[in-house]
Design a protein around this ligand. Structure first.
Ligand code: FEO
Length: 391
């Protein structure tokens, strides 16, 4: 396990988590990395650490460059344990190091997790010279925790952005230029949708705060570093944080005996007839985090569930809980479903969606038993009428 030199005095000393597949509910089908960076100067500096289970891997990479007891400064851009988990371990090997974290949120979070650590609080505008290099700190609260900050290092103009611009993407490559760029951009979008999306406003402010900085490289805490493709990722973040919507619909459903599925296809027909692109997501086949990514920029969302024991289907409830937590911009919605008796699920889905900043396009669309062709035509016709009425 060796460090990788990424610029004249900067080494990547993170860890690659090839096998992680669930990051508190987010399906990480490509694994991830926890990035940490070592800067060689008069004061040896480490930016962030890794998840505790990979702390030995990180130490080995540091040791391939210097002895860890030479580390003077550890910058903790974010206290979430995927970046701070190895901090107590590293401090045992770097006993003279001071930890720099945002004040007061970073100090509080690190204290809450690890007790008494040698933490120095910093605020936006504070600078730290470590010799030839200087770090400028910019607090970026709620991108996506209260304690988040980024730091900009001169003279190389490297932005250590922590979670911002990251991707859950495990690879042996460290740069956008030697990676599968379409996959990296796809994972960056999925990351934004599943981690950052609810904090678009705060992220927009953070983008403004760093817009005046010269940046030659963005080093996030997950995935690969941005070099040649910085304009592309910044442009995407600008669009995402602006809440730009596309004239698209995502139809999310589960079905027991295909009746709700038939309704989903009737909705599909209606959207297509109105010239609106559609993606159907059967929750037995799709995971929540991919559906959230699909839905992020879609103007319309339709959610369907049959009634099971007076309730919606468990995976529809799971999706709606996840969706509620990640709601970014307002959407138009349709709640639909079939039932044999009772039929409570449709109103439950409707009520849940109203709590997600969404506006109904139609009243709940209910169908007793199996919809006939005539029923399906009526459902499609009602949707077309509602779509046309709003234009
Ligand atoms: Fe990658 Fe918010 O931790």
């Amino acid at each position: 396990m060796k460090a990788l030199k990424i610029s004249e005095n900067v080494y990547w000393v993170g860890a690659i988590d090839w096998n992680v597949r669930n990051f508190h509910g987010y399906e990480t089908e490509k694994g991830t990395t926890y990035n940490a960076y070592l800067i060689l100067d008069e004061k040896i500096t480490l930016v962030d650490t890794v998840k505790d289970c990979l702390q030995e891997e990180m130490l080995e990479r540091i040791r391939s460059v210097i002895e860890p007891d030479k580390i003077d400064v550890i910058i903790s851009n974010h206290a979430e344990p995927d970046h701070s988990g190895a901090l107590p371990f590293i401090l045992r090997h770097a006993p003279r190091a001071k930890v720099y974290a945002v004040s007061p949120a970073g100090e509080k979070d690190l204290g809450g997790y690890y007790g008494d650590l040698p933490v120095v609080g910093v605020k936006t505008g504070d600078k730290l010279s470590v010799g030839k290099h200087e770090f400028a700190f910019v607090s970026t609260p709620m991108v996506h925790w209260p304690d988040n900050m980024v730091c900009h290092m001169t003279p190389e103009n490297i932005l250590f952005s922590n979670d911002a611009f990251g991707q859950h993407y495990a690879s042996s490559t460290r740069f956008d230029t030697d990676s599968d760029l379409p996959e990296v951009l796809k994972q960056a979008k999925k990351y934004y949708a599943n981690i950052v999306q609810p904090y678009g406003l705060q992220t927009k402010k953070a983008l403004e705060a760093v817009s005046s900085l010269q940046i030659s490289m963005i080093c996030p805490s997950h995935g690969v570093c941005w070099t040649k493709h910085i304009p592309e990722i910044l442009a995407r973040y600008q669009r995402w944080t602006a809440g730009e919507q596309e004239e698209r619909a995502v139809i999310v459903y589960d079905t027991m005996w295909h009746s709700t599925e038939r309704m989903a296809h009737a909705l599909e027909t209606a959207f297509v007839d109105c010239g609106i692109q559609v993606k159907l997501c059967d929750l037995k086949c799709e995971n929540n985090s991919d559906v959230i990514t699909e839905a992020m920029q879609a103007k319309y969302i339709a959610v369907g569930s049959p009634t099971l024991n007076n309730n919606m289907m468990p995976n529809v409830a799971s999706f709606l809980t996840y969706f509620k937590g990640l709601t970014g911009n307002a959407k138009k919605f349709i709640a639909f479903g079939s039932y044999g008796w009772g039929g409570q699920s449709i109103q439950q889905v409707y009520d849940a969606l109203t709590q997600c900043k969404a506006q109904p396009l139609l009243p709940p669309v209910r169908q007793a038993y199996r919809p006939t062709e005539k029923d399906l035509e009526k459902i499609a016709g009602d949707v077309i009428q509602a779509l046309e009425a709003q234009q």
